[in-house]
Design a protein around this ligand. Structure first.
Ligand SMILES: O=c1[nH]c(=O)c2[nH]c(=O)[nH]c2[nH]1
Length: 320
């Protein structure tokens, strides 16, 4: 949230700015063992953006109705759309930094900008070619699966703009592992009705957020230190596959360990998870046999956890 130096909250802006840029610079990333992802053609580089500005000179627009320094939010929307045409990079984080810096250059009375973008995912479709199927680069399918995003705060510092914070996001990942998850050993008292289970079809909704040691690695993927959201979600599903887990709490710890191991450039990872484990109607006779389940009823459980690189050197345990 944007504050003035006095501590007062002050901002205004525009949300749901839909920016459908075509033929952005292709993204290339260093592959990791958990993921076949090597990059994105960025033929469709589409985002839903949110943009808010702040500055001491805007105070009188609130306190006196003085519009003389108010850049209309409609103009902000136009600014974002026009600048998207000039953007020469290939990452969401780069787009945010570019638009924010251009805005600060253009409007000298604006002190800070908070902006975010949710990538709108489009999947390349394959058509037959010599010896196989290939993305044709023209027809895409709008994906309703998880999506990447970024949230950035940019502040004027002297004559230039500085990124004050940057969080990269993977939102709405929904993963189910049909067998190999347990939940037992929890507190049993007069309030407990949940049976212990040695094997449950664990369905989780998961948001993952990560912060780089140096934001420049996200803004400029050509440094070769970009961690793509596709790689993050591939790590999540690989770890889910690899381990029999006693809880969602421990599962996200393991996913965080792997993310921090694969990407030394990432300083911190955060998780917000939601338990959507199917309700058992007909218990399978044994793992791998037929069972019948239905949608769980609300309310739903959730977990939140953050991890830094210091957690890599620590065994999981109760200390810290
Ligand atoms: O992985 C889980 N963690 C919990 O804390 C919890 N609580 C619950 O009822 N089911 C689960 N599952």
């Amino acid at each position: 949230m944007l504050h003035l130096t006095t501590g007062r909250t002050l901002y205004y802006g525009k949300g749901d700015v839909l920016v459908y840029r075509t033929y952005a610079k292709p993204l290339e990333v260093v592959p990791i063992p958990e993921s076949p992802f090597t990059g994105d053609s960025n033929v469709i580089f589409a985002h839903n953006m949110k943009f808010a500005v702040s500055g001491v000179s805007l105070l009188t627009s609130f306190t006196e109705g003085d519009n003389s320094r108010v850049v209309a939010t409609d103009s902000m929307k136009n600014f974002i759309l026009r600048q998207a045409a000039h953007f020469e990079g290939g990452s969401t984080e780069g787009l945010l930094a570019y638009v924010a810096e251009k805005f600060l250059d253009t409007y000298a009375h604006i002190d800070a900008i908070e902006l975010s973008a949710d990538r709108i995912p489009y999947q390349a479709l394959a058509t037959p070619g010599p010896g196989g199927f290939y993305g044709n680069g023209l027809v895409f399918r709008r994906s309703r699966n998880e999506h990447a995003g970024a949230h950035m705060e940019v502040r004027r510092e002297g004559v230039s703009a500085a990124i004050a914070s940057l969080w990269c996001t993977l939102s709405d990942l929904q993963l189910i592992k049909v067998s190999g998850s347990s939940f037992y050993g929890f507190v049993r008292d007069e309030y407990t009705t949940l049976p212990e289970t040695k094997d449950r079809p664990l369905f989780i909704f998961l948001d993952i957020l990560w912060r780089y040691e140096h934001s420049a690695d996200a803004v400029s993927p050509e440094h070769g230190r970009y961690a793509a959201a596709e790689q993050i979600h591939d790590i999540a599903h690989n770890v889910f596959y690899e381990f029999a887990t006693p809880s969602i709490q421990y599962l996200i710890w393991l996913i965080g360990q792997r993310i921090l191991t694969r990407f030394p450039q990432i300083a911190e990872v955060r998780f917000e998870s939601n338990n959507r484990t199917w309700e058992t109607v007909v218990e399978p006779a044994e793992a791998g046999k037929a069972g019948v389940y239905t949608e769980p009823r609300p309310p739903y459980g959730f977990q939140g956890f953050s991890m830094t690189r210091a957690d890599l050197n620590r065994e999981s345990g109760i200390n810290g």
